[in-house]
Design a binder for this molecule. Structure first.
Ligand SMILES: [Zn+2]
Ligand SMILES: [Zn+2]
Length: 251
């Protein structure tokens, strides 16, 4: 029994000695460090490691750093550019590439431009408008190869012309455009705001616009494919509307 007690005390003494000799710097600075939490001071990117730092609460000049592993998902994506055009039977594609040297990551997304000529759709009203808010209604065919619910933005461009087909200068109050789900439903919708059957209803977007609308078009959330689009002349001077582009983007 006595022998066993002695051996336990001896083991404890050895451990204590090791603890004191393992950290000689502690005796040099006169205190035990009281390290705060590690915080990321330089975020890692897809090509470079980051840095984490922690500071001693007893003496703020005591700082330790350690590397943070490269984050394979921390890209610096560039502008999206169209890399494959839409056709009458297929979506197109747009691509963005990481701008960092040494990274080859790219992302692609669907884009869909309605090909009016390829689909045999009118892009200009054949009979001149005679009054304000006349209708130029275009029925869409079905687009079974397009999932419209992935898109978050639509760019619609149209030009306005007068009685002699002279171009009318772009402005925000020349053309009203309405996207319609069901042409058999309420396709006029509430004025200037989306309705249950009219997911987009506003003055012309991204086309002959002045200050109110930008080249970025309009934010849109579709629950299904649109079945038609309606253009209306807001000013009587506009007698013809010519659709230049209707493109859906998912960004
Ligand atoms: Zn310290
Ligand atoms: Zn990258």
């Amino acid at each position: 029994m006595k022998t066993k007690q002695t051996s336990v005390c001896g083991l404890f003494a050895v451990v204590l000695t090791l603890a004191l000799t393992a950290c000689p710097t502690n005796t040099n600075i006169g205190h035990q460090h009281d390290w705060g939490p590690w915080t990321v001071t330089t975020a890692p990117t897809c090509t470079t490691a980051g840095v984490e730092t922690r500071t001693c609460a007893v003496n703020l000049s005591h700082v330790e750093t350690r590397p943070v592993a490269i984050d394979p998902n921390a890209h610096d994506m560039g502008e999206w550019t169209e890399t494959r055009a839409s056709t009458a039977t297929a979506c197109g594609e747009e691509t963005s590439a990481c701008q960092r040297t040494g990274c080859t990551h790219t992302e692609t997304r669907a884009i869909f431009t309605i090909d009016f000529a390829g689909l045999g759709l009118s892009s200009r009203n054949g009979v001149a408008f005679t009054q304000r808010w006349d209708d130029f209604f275009i029925l869409f065919p079905e687009f079974p190869y397009v999932d419209f619910t992935v898109f978050s933005r639509v760019t619609i461009r149209a030009n306005a012309f007068g009685a002699g087909s002279e171009p009318i200068a772009p402005s925000d109050d020349m053309i009203m455009v309405t996207l319609i789900y069901d042409p058999a439903g309420d396709w006029r919708g509430p004025p200037e705001t989306p309705g249950p059957n009219t997911p987009l209803r506003q003055f012309n977007v991204g086309g002959p616009s002045g200050s109110a609308h930008t080249e970025r078009g309009s934010i849109i959330r579709l629950t299904r494919a649109p079945g038609a689009i309606l253009f209306q002349n807001v000013q009587e001077v506009v007698r013809y509307i010519e659709v230049v582009e209707v493109t859906f983007h998912n960004r």
